[in-house]
Write a protein that binds this ligand. Structure first.
Ligand code: FAD
Ligand code: SF4
Length: 508
């Protein structure tokens, strides 16, 4: 081979030649941001993104891709950034992930792609989430949408719920040419992205941009429409001319502990608190007519993402002190590492290994304190985590004006109660491997099937359901690559029969 050609080849990167430090992301100082709702993390600049992209080794075995629940082509999009082709990076990302600006902000990367990144074996892993966010934000800023050529089909699809599962399913069936209507119970679309995750983590502008790109595909949104009360699933199929339905109603029904005092004034579920603040704009009271009196001291029970959001919202709403009570230790804390770190920086007090046993009355129907017992960690339970056991005689009171329960949620029940759908013992919708429910033409996915999970898993389910729905309707799935090894023989080109050539892409 000519020496000149050899010298033109890019040098192979190794762990020694890449930038050794993970590029930090700028953020608002803790003492400033704890009192405003502006976004905490400020994102990468162009130079920072290019620098961080150089840290990817483009590993042949791609462990990060396997670590992503929807198998985003991570080295593929990062290589595009290295080549300064940001639009190309966006195309690679959105071929599997509809919402890069959202997922780059909220996915638990440390336990997914970044948790298995090869660079992480010796240095800090490649900041995959931050790069994904940077590409997603560039697309929003530039107004890039990938609207393909859509050939209209004579099918009408109803999607119930506008969270990430419903959005992902809607996008795929709209691209297949179906008329798609998304029915949403609340007055704004987006599901938890809108009513649950606060602006300082996921600004509403980002959610709006993603909704607009769905509208650009022809998807219609009908808000203020509680399916099961205004009309039923059966009416959708029998009377409203809908050919197939996707149920993505989530798991937003709050769980309470069932301890004495948990129905006092001054006890809320985290979902109620967050919905009032984010969707009903309580933070702009009295401009918006949603009062949300917190008192001076707030205690939140639980330590997942929802608990972190609730605590940080209370700080921003003006609470003087905010405490977290969790029955396990910091190591078992289920929230994303970044959220826990940010909550600690902002001044939340953590009571690890403490379990509430009663909410105490202030004598006027309100709350005066949360009574807790100390816990010790015993043998591992079925989840593999050490089981917390109460320490006898360790009862103590944490003085507080408001108690917020963030201890998990259950299936939103209305569709289950108003249709013949088969449910699991815990009230979630029962589906087969294709996400088909017990009713013909009705598919389901996301939290309403799995229980509370993650945004990316809900989106993955929405896309899988869309594929099954297309099969059910007899639509060709032009996005499914066909292996060239699928056969040879007379009339076949690249292993494909002549009749299929117009409909499939060949994976080379
Ligand atoms: P949802 O997002 O819950 O959407 C369901 C939608 O259906 C809702 O809009 C609801 O109003 C609507 N609906 C319900 N019933 C009806 C009906 N009968 N008719 C019409 N509409 C109906 N995941 C992460 O990956 N990272 C995070 O950082 C993170 N933080 C979170 C913070 C909070 C506060 C919460 C609550 C969850 C968080 N999650 C996070 C989890 C993630 O948001 C969910 O797993 C995901 O949103 C589930 O998507 P979904 O589409 O299944 O349901
Ligand atoms: Fe790049 Fe890390 Fe994925 Fe390897 S594992 S391809 S270094 S992001």
């Amino acid at each position: 081979m000519a020496t000149r050609e050899l010298s033109r080849r890019p040098k192979k990167k190794t762990i020694r030649t890449i930038p050794q430090q993970r590029t930090p992301m700028r953020e608002q100082p803790a003492e400033v941001r704890a009192r405003n709702f502006d976004e905490v993390s400020l994102g990468y600049s162009e130079e920072e993104a290019f620098l961080e992209a150089e840290r990817c080794l483009v590993c042949p075995d791609q462990p990060c891709v396997a670590g992503c629940p929807v198998n985003v082509n991570i080295p593929g999009f990062i290589q595009m950034i290295c080549a300064r082709d940001v639009r190309g990076a966006h195309t690679v990302l959105t071929s599997t992930n509809l919402l890069p600006a959202v997922c780059g902000r909220v996915c638990p990367q440390e336990s997914q792609c970044e948790g298995v990144c090869t660079v992480g074996e010796s240095l800090d892993p490649v900041a995959i989430g931050r790069l994904e966010r940077w590409v997603g934000d560039a697309a929003i800023a530039q107004g890039w949408t990938s609207v393909p050529f859509i050939e209209p089909r004579p099918f009408r699809i109803g999607i119930i719920g506008s969270g990430p599962a419903g959005m992902a399913c809607a996008a795929d069936v709209a691209k297949a040419g179906c008329e798609v209507v998304v029915y949403e119970a609340l007055h704004e679309p987006g599901g938890v992205l809108r009513y649950g995750i606060p602006d300082f983590r996921l600004p509403n502008d980002v959610v709006d941009a993603e909704i607009h790109s769905l509208e650009a595909l022809g998807v219609q949104f009908e808000c203020n429409t509680l399916v099961g009360r205004l009309f039923t699933l059966e009416q959708m199929l029998d009377e409203m001319g809908i050919d197939a339905v996707f149920v993505g109603t989530g798991a937003g029904y709050p769980a309470m502990l069932g301890i004495p005092g948990d129905s006092l004034n001054g006890v809320l579920s985290a979902n109620e608190l967050l919905t009032r603040c984010n969707l009903m704009r309580a933070r702009a009271f009295p401009e918006y007519d949603t009062p949300l009196p917190l008192g001076r001291r707030v205690t939140v029970v639980g330590a997942g993402n929802t608990a972190m959001d609730a605590m940080r919202v209370c700080l921003r709403l003006g609470a003087e002190s905010v405490a977290c009570v969790y029955r396990r230790s910091r190591i078992e804390c289920p929230a994303r590492a970044e959220e826990l770190h940010h909550a600690e920086q902002e001044g939340v007090t953590f009571h690890w290994l403490a379990n509430p046993v009663a909410v105490l009355d202030d004598g006027a129907g309100g709350v005066s304190a949360l009574r807790c017992v100390r816990m010790a960690l015993g043998e591992p339970d079925t989840s593999g985590r050490r089981r917390p056991v109460p320490v006898p005689g360790s009862e103590h009171d944490i003085e507080t004006d408001l108690v917020v329960f963030a201890i998990g949620t259950n299936a939103n029940p209305i569709i289950g109660q108003t249709s013949p759908l088969r449910l699991t013992a815990r009230g979630y919708i029962d589906v087969d491997a294709d996400l088909h429910t017990s009713m013909a033409g009705v598919f389901a996915g996301g939290d309403i099937v799995t229980g509370a999970a993650t945004v990316i898993e809900a989106m993955g389910a929405g896309r899988r359901a869309a594929r099954s729905m297309k099969r059910y309707l007899g639509l060709r799935d032009a996005s499914a690559p066909v292996s060239a090894a699928s056969g040879t023989g007379e009339g076949r080109l690249f292993g494909l029969p002549a009749s299929e050539r117009n409909f499939v892409r060949v994976r080379r």
